[in-house]
Design a protein around this ligand. Structure first.
Ligand SMILES: *[C@@H]1O[C@H](CO)[C@@H](O)[C@H](O)[C@H]1NC(C)=O
Length: 316
């Protein structure tokens, strides 16, 4: 039988399309002192909304919002036009204010699309004197849209002068949370200060996340996650544990999101939001048609039936 490319073309396009809309994008952004005052700046909020809404889960760091008003304002921006039962509605889960100095208390905040993932557990790491801002681990379930389905996110905004020790201690956090939830699919993300003067090549031998080959660093050492031209530093990182998590990630999807370039913003508008760029990684979808929304599913089935009928017609 002759290969009739014309009748298969729509099907192929559809599969490509479904393949490309599936999976999860996970982002991490040091949003530099995101407080209530910043949340009243419309321009900042507009840009931040565009950044966060690309992500299915977005970790924000350096959030200074113990009253919750800034995060609430951001959720309002994100959820404009959707009702709160909409599957695309965003929700947030926040740590307490963390820090050792009353004038610099920060929260970790995960903003996530409630129709894509759900939160099944939270855990504040407690070991004294181990971190200035101890990781606040969150256990996510991806509702069967990814290959691994359940995974743990562990954030870190390190204290620059203790970056080597704090990144190394993430291994202890790994042991604790993987035991707690009986799951080794752990992703670390955040502004680790993992470069330039804070973490040198020579320091890596003292960091178990580097020396143990079970951990994969998805944002490379040559990447620049800072906005200013004066620095070229890979401060913000994403690291995953284990082969199954690594396999569930789209190859080469770990990158910096230069939103200034993408959204055509001037440097001053970029800096108004933060002196960092976000980093991100994408998880593969669990299958092709399976996780498509109902309308796409219907379309897919009708295209398949159509191309089947037309191939019957042509061979008869
Ligand atoms: C590396 O980490 C894994 C956890 O997946 C652990 O089982 C293993 O013992 C570690 N290897 C070394 C050399 O410490």
């Amino acid at each position: 039988m002759r290969w009739r490319s014309s009748s298969h073309l729509p099907l192929l396009l559809l599969l490509l399309f479904i393949g490309s809309v599936s999976g999860l994008r996970i982002c991490s952004y040091n949003v530099q002192k995101f407080n209530q005052k910043k949340s009243t700046n419309y321009r900042v909020m507009h840009t931040l909304t565009r950044i966060v809404s690309r992500c299915d889960i977005c970790l924000l760091q350096d959030v200074v919002d113990s009253g919750g008003k800034a995060v609430k304002a951001l959720l309002n921006f994100l959820n404009r036009g959707t009702d709160r039962y909409d599957e695309h509605a965003y929700k947030a889960v926040s740590s307490k204010s963390l820090g050792t100095s009353p004038s610099d208390m920060q929260q970790y905040v995960f903003i996530y699309k409630s129709g894509m993932v759900s939160v099944t557990g939270e855990y504040q790491y407690q070991k004294p004197q181990s971190f200035v801002r101890p990781p606040f681990a969150v256990y996510f379930n991806s509702q069967k849209t990814t290959e691994i389905n359940d995974f743990i996110l562990v954030p870190l905004h390190s204290e620059p002068s203790q970056a080597v020790q704090e990144i190394d201690r993430l291994y202890d956090v790994f042991e604790e949370v993987s035991k707690k939830w009986n799951n080794q699919n752990v992703m670390f993300l955040g502004d680790f200060h993992a470069g330039c003067a804070y973490v040198t090549r020579n320091d890596r031998k003292n960091i178990r996340l580097y020396t143990n080959s079970s951990f994969s660093w998805l944002i490379g050492d040559r990447v620049d996650t800072t906005v200013t031209d004066n620095t070229h530093c890979p401060y913000d990182r994403i690291v995953v544990h284990g082969q199954s998590f690594l396999k569930a990630i789209r190859p080469f999807s770990g990158k910096v999101y230069n939103f200034g370039k993408d959204l055509k913003l001037s440097r001053s508008k970029v800096v108004e939001v933060s002196d960092h760029y976000p980093v991100e990684v994408r998880l593969k979808g669990s299958g092709l048609l399976l996780q498509a929304p109902p309308l796409l599913m219907l379309l897919g089935v009708s295209v398949i039936v159509q191309s089947f009928l037309s191939s019957l017609g042509s061979s008869g």
